[in-house]
Design a protein around this ligand. Structure first.
Ligand code: NAD
Length: 704
């Protein structure tokens, strides 16, 4: 079926365009649209044209796949189509409903009149991809709603309801329903009024005004400070200045130039990479989208601790009833109280209606008996991180759960295949590694055991979407994708302390690089005891792995972080700020002396290179082993779960941007440092191979 169809209502041609789901403006649609509009203009029986989207929506904009292929510039490009619309001698009315975003809104801005459903969402989200609206949006929108409103719309990138612009020149009419019908009536009336005169165009209006310059000056200062790492906001302001100070044609040329400059920035590349990476993460090559899924209408959670309660909240928020099971009444009551407190806090902050909190609470059934939970569609185990306990729990689950129930474990480090092996249904066992706080963090590592059935995986990925999580598939290994890489990052962080960098300097370098928080502040927040327990286990399992002992010494002082009032930093009650600690400074000085290290000055560059390349090297091993399906999945893990700067696209994208040849070279340079683990900086074979061939992690063929 063609992507465009034209019908007639009297002398008005109604052109409906687009393919489901969002009527994006890819080449086929543009071609058909241009042909339909040209035909309507040429048809002597047509007096006016209505432009409407099919599928109950206008258009979500450009076909983003064309960003990658360059197809967006193939004629007729969006500029060509908009110029055809704007230059039509017959009035064209855009009929807007659903979403009207990006290129979709720019197309509507090219029309002579616009009619919208009051609740339709309009916006220009290009800034989120490090770009600006490049098809006239920065020039037409300020002419219709003023520079200040246009600044807000374009800088935020957020979709807003059409009714916010009631009374502005953006909309000629707002309706509650049938925008195409209202647009047809308006089109017929305007054709009569104009009687052959040229219809009005946005370009003929002015965006100039006495307050524009001071406003833009203020915006530059604010945007420069708030989005220092991002080039798009300042260029958006430049484009709006052009709208107010240049002719329309010159303004369009300025917009085009600024757009082209942004397209080639590493930040825009990184943001576009992240956009595609998130979509790719939900795909599993050998589990097609047609794989049937099991219904999930109820859940059970074993263990009402930190994670169990957080996971329960996710289900309750999604309207799925949850059984919460504990070993003892006290722990169960504590867990239930934690869930109630979370909802009470949200109600107090006005984020949740009391009635909704109550409804969610009613979906929770606390229990001490496995007899209650057998009918649940999925059970998620979140008990202590201890293999013997988990094996016991799974043996019981195997006995009590109905056939077809999914048996999931929230283990962060243990072997899922061993857990699955204690059941008679290893195909039903999957890992669901939530991150803490589980009701807030977006990331979910879905751990695929060697026996996990395809429909169990497909169901878990679908469930992740229901719970509003970003799921990434990981194979079985100690720490899965995220924590396995983090371990190398943390080893380097502690070696850096041994050698002379203070925790505050390391955190500052990481935060300047763009991390939400440096490793020591994160550790104080999460609890230094967690890593301590893991290191103790590792020391038994892998006695050969070299570690700095400084973190253990800190824990021996009981300095577990914020929860104990002190960790790498000091904390004051009711104050989240981290203060330098004299105790820690003395501890570090004594430690360096004890290991015979004379502290040296470590540059911020060395700090960042060592921490980030530690992630990259382990990421390369993870990719080569097939633990991660693709490099971009690793990036998503770090962007959504570990506060890696989004504008750098994730560790693997960052390494690709530098070039793997340069990364390998730097690793060999770092290997010359005699301190620490002598084998640490041997580049992973995958890095060596890609460096030699000029390849990259995120290009095809990165996998062995
Ligand atoms: N805390 C984190 O940051 C985090 C993050 C990701 C994954 N995990 C994993 O999640 C799991 C739970 O961790 P947590 O931090 O919530 O621990 P926690 O100590 O806060 O809670 C564990 C709960 O399990 C209960 N429990 C113990 N044995 C049980 C049994 N046999 N039956 C029923 N309940 C039992 C305990 O009473 C306790 O309430 C662990 O496997 C851990 O590795 C933790």
């Amino acid at each position: 079926m063609s992507t465009v169809e034209t019908s007639r209502s009297g002398s008005v041609a109604v052109v409906r365009f687009g393919e489901p789901p969002v009527n994006s403006l890819g080449l086929a649609t543009r071609q058909a649209l241009a042909a339909a509009i040209s035909a309507a203009i040429a048809d002597p029986g047509v007096s006016a044209i209505v432009l409407a989207g099919r599928n109950g929506t206008f258009s979500a904009g450009a076909d983003i796949k064309e960003f990658a292929t360059g197809g967006m510039i193939t004629a007729p490009n969006l500029h060509d189509v908009i110029a055809l619309v704007a230059g039509s001698p017959k009035p064209i009315v855009a009929a807007i409903e659903g979403t009207c975003l990006g290129g979709g809104l720019e197309l509507a801005l090219g029309a002579h009149y616009r009619v919208a459903v009051a609740t339709a969402k309009v916006g220009l989200p290009e800034v989120k991809l490090g770009l600006l609206p490049g098809a006239g949006g920065t020039q037409r929108l300020p002419r219709l709603i003023g520079v200040e409103n246009a600044l807000n719309v374009i800088l935020s990138g957020e979709p807003v309801p059409a009714k916010l612009f009631a009374g502005s020149a953006l909309f000629d009419a707002l309706v509650n329903e049938d925008p195409a019908g209202a647009a047809t009536t308006l089109a017929a009336a305007k054709a009569g009024e104009l009687a052959g005169k040229a219809p009005p165009r946005a370009r003929d209006r002015s965006a100039a005004g006495p307050l524009v310059e001071p406003l833009l000056g203020f915006a530059r200062t604010t945007a420069g400070a708030a989005y220092a790492a991002y080039p798009a906001p300042l260029k958006i302001i430049d484009a709006l200045e052009a709208a107010a100070t240049q002719s329309f044609e010159d303004g369009l040329a300025t917009e085009r130039q600024l757009f082209a400059e942004l397209m080639v920035t590493p930040v825009s590349r990184a943001l576009r990479h992240a956009f595609f990476a998130e979509r790719a993460a939900s795909k599993i090559p050998d589990v097609p989208e047609s794989t049937p899924v099991r219904p999930i209408a109820s859940a059970a959670i074993i263990g009402a601790g930190t994670m169990g309660t957080g996971i329960a909240i996710n289900f309750l928020n999604a309207g799925i009833p949850v059984f919460l099971l504990e070993v003892g009444k006290e722990a169960l009551d504590k867990g239930v109280a934690r869930i109630a407190d979370t909802y009470a806090g949200q109600v107090k902050k006005g984020r949740l209606k009391p009635a909704d909190a109550e409804a969610r609470g009613k979906l929770l059934t606390p229990t001490l008996s496995y007899d209650d939970i057998g009918g649940a569609d999925i059970v998620i185990e979140a008990v202590f991180e201890d293999m013997a306990i988990k094996e016991k729990v799974f043996t019981t689950l195997d006995a009590v759960m109905k056939p077809g129930a999914i048996l999931a474990s929230n283990t962060s480090t243990l072997d899922l295949d061993r857990i699955a092996a204690v059941t008679k249904r290893p195909g039903d066992v999957v890992g669901t590694h939530f991150f803490s706080p589980a009701n807030i963090m977006k990331l979910l590592e879905v751990v695929r055991g060697k026996a996990t059935a395809p429909d169990v995986l497909a169901t878990t990925m679908k469930l992740a979407r229901t719970l509003k999580k970003t799921a990434v598939v990981s194979g079985v290994c100690d720490g899965f994708i995220g924590n396995r890489m983090l371990e190398q990052y943390l080893r380097q962080a502690l070696f850096l302390v041994d050698e002379g960098a203070d925790p505050a300097a390391i955190d500052a370098a990481c935060e300047k690089f763009g991390f939400a928080m440096g490793p020591f502040r994160v550790s104080d927040l999460a609890g230094n005891d967690i890593g301590w327990h893991i290191r103790k286990r590792r020391a038994l399992e892998h006695p050969d792995v070299v570690y700095s002992k400084i973190a253990d010494k800190l824990c021996e002082l009981g300095r577990f972080g914020q929860k104990t009032g002190g960790g790498w930093y000091d904390y004051k009650p009711g104050d989240r700020n981290a203060y330098p600690s004299k105790v820690v400074a003395d501890l570090i000085a004594a430690h360096r002396q004890a290991i015979g290290v004379t502290p040296r000055k470590v540059s911020s560059r060395e700090i960042v290179d060592r921490l980030v390349f530690a992630l990259v090297n382990e990421g390369a091993h993870i990719l080569a082993e097939g633990i991660a399906q693709r490099a971009s999945d690793i990036d998503i893990v770090y962007l959504t779960g570990y506060g890696f700067p989004v504008f750098r696209g994730g560790p693997m994208c960052y390494a690709d941007e530098i070039g793997l040849y340069a990364v390998a070279l730097r690793m060999r340079e770092l290997a010359r440092n005699p301190y620490g683990d002598p084998g640490f900086w041997t580049p992973a074979p995958l890095i060596e191979r890609l460096a030699a061939s000029g390849g990259s992690f995120n290009s095809a063929g990165a996998r062995p």
